[in-house]
Design a protein around this ligand. Structure first.
Ligand SMILES: [Mg+2]
Length: 260
């Protein structure tokens, strides 16, 4: 069900008079288009103003959840007094929330070592690069020639297999990226539920995301609230979809009308 459906068919009427919402938004691919170099992403001024408006309402608790490090996502969004969650939910900070998953700390030396090994192994593989994100590390291959992608992936899994005896590392698959993460059975869905449980009072969760990592959150929340995938997919667990960032913006505007 698409944007027109969401706007026309009473989906937002779920937000009945006075109902508070916990709005969870992914960043890359949801609020900004995905870029080859993630550091080049810029949150459009209009989108930022919309987020500020929503965050300013006492009927909306806004969290930005991202696979980026906490420091990175805070810098990218750069709005005060909202909640941020980095490293796919392993760390939560801001607007009266503080959490860090214990495994994020205990696995960090292993992630560091694996990332160093991987960095050596991919030397000379054009377009492949490692991004360190404090508690996780990503191997990006968006710029790798498609014939070389299988080799890059094999190299990644070879390094991961060296750590498989320790049961400390897990792999997170994203869009043209493979990520080393702590084996924590914790994801964006767990983080969203943790935040919901720590809010005082009853909040209706509304979650918007675009990637495989957001599916955990869709599954965790789709019976409790409104889940929306950016980009149509037959396989998604989300209740609704929006086509692109433009439609996300239109949706947020409509949401504002309901709660501000
Ligand atoms: Mg995303």
């Amino acid at each position: 069900m698409n944007l027109r459906y969401i706007l026309k068919n009473n989906v937002l009427k779920k937000i009945s008079k006075g109902q508070k919402i916990a709005l969870f938004l992914d960043f890359d691919g949801t609020l900004v288009p995905i870029r080859k170099d993630p550091s080049q992403c810029v949150l459009a001024e209009e989108m930022k103003e919309q987020l500020k408006l929503l965050a300013g309402s006492d009927r909306c608790y806004l969290t930005i959840l991202s696979g980026r490090s906490l420091q990175d996502i805070k810098g990218m969004v750069s709005i005060r007094n909202i909640c941020y969650s980095g490293n796919h939910g392993l760390i939560i900070s801001g607007n009266d929330m503080t959490y860090i998953h214990p495994k994020a700390l205990s696995a960090k030396p292993f992630i560091d070592r694996a990332a160093r090994m991987l960095n050596v192994e991919i030397t000379g593989m054009e377009g492949a690069w490692i991004e360190r994100k404090k508690f996780t590390a990503s191997l990006h291959f968006r710029s790798v020639h498609k014939n070389d992608v299988p080799l890059v992936k094999r190299t990644f899994y070879k390094v991961v297999s060296d750590f498989s005896g320790d049961r400390t590392l897990a792999v997170i698959k994203g869009k043209k990226v493979l990520e080393l993460a702590p084996d924590a059975s914790w994801n964006k869905g767990s983080a969203a539920l943790w935040i919901l449980n720590n809010l005082r009072g009853k909040y209706l969760p509304v979650y918007v995301g675009d990637d495989w990592t957001d599916e955990n959150a869709f599954r965790a929340l789709n019976k409790k609230g409104i889940t929306i995938r950016v980009g149509k997919s037959a396989k998604t667990a989300a209740n609704y979809y929006l086509k692109n960032q433009g439609e996300v913006s239109a949706f947020l505007k409509r949401l504002e009308e309901f709660i501000i």
